[in-house]
Design a binder for this molecule. Structure first.
Ligand code: AR6
Length: 197
């Protein structure tokens, strides 16, 4: 889907192999590494990434849920890794959706500040953190669409899914996503953008 000047795309693959200015890590608050995406990024990227994470911890402390920090990408093909912390799924009534959206939004903001034109996300929170992928996919794609609508920073925002099942959940969510703002009905002369008044 094209939103403004940004393509929102889906791919099946391993995030560590993505050619993009920025890849995003599904990290935890400690920034010390872990399993899943986090383990794969630190293994493939080498020790430079952890060293930079340690320096960030030293300077700023832990990374709260919903926020993001940035390091270089060590041996990975990307230029930078944005490390963000998604929420642990607790049933959906503990602010999980807002925190998940914030994780995407803050990652995009930080990557844009570093001049990235392409960014690749894994499906944050839907592994060890247990967020149901059918609920997470519309939030991920909605955040990307809204960011692309507001800022022309990215040429491509890519979602890299690790299984056919995950890809199909994102495909379904992308199909249901409305381009934003919607085209104004012919002849009304009014914008259908709800925030445009
Ligand atoms: N490339 C793309 N997607 C992947 C990859 C990969 N190499 N590996 C797994 N996935 P998770 P979370 C998918 O658990 O839920 C870590 O221990 C996976 O199938 O990596 O945010 C951290 O240190 C799933 O759909 O991240 C944290 O403690 C999605 O990526 C905690 O896990 C996210 O799975 C974060 O949990």
């Amino acid at each position: 889907m094209l939103v403004g000047t940004t393509y929102l795309t889906l791919a099946l693959g391993n995030i560590v192999q993505e050619m993009a200015d920025v890849i995003v890590n599904a990290a935890n608050s400690s920034l010390l590494g872990g399993g899943g995406v986090d383990g794969a990024i630190h293994r493939a990227g080498g020790p430079a990434i952890l060293e930079e994470c340690l320096a960030i911890r030293h300077r700023l402390g832990c990374c709260p849920t919903g926020e993001a920090v940035i390091t270089t990408a060590g041996r990975l093909p990307a230029r930078y890794v944005v490390h963000t912390v998604g929420p642990v799924w607790q049933g959906g009534r503990s602010g999980e959706s807002e925190l998940l959206r914030a994780a995407y939004w803050n990652s995009l903001t930080l990557a844009a500040e570093y001049g990235a034109a392409t960014i690749a996300f894994p499906s944050i929170s839907t592994g060890a953190y247990g967020y149901p992928i059918e609920k997470a996919a519309p939030i991920a794609l909605g955040a990307a669409r809204d960011f692309a609508q507001e800022y022309p920073s990215f040429r491509e925002i890519r979602f890299v899914l690790f299984s056919e099942r995950d890809l199909s959940a994102y495909r379904q969510a992308l199909g249901a996503l409305l381009p934003y703002p919607q085209a104004a009905p012919a002849g009304t002369g009014r914008s259908a953008n709800p925030t445009a008044g």
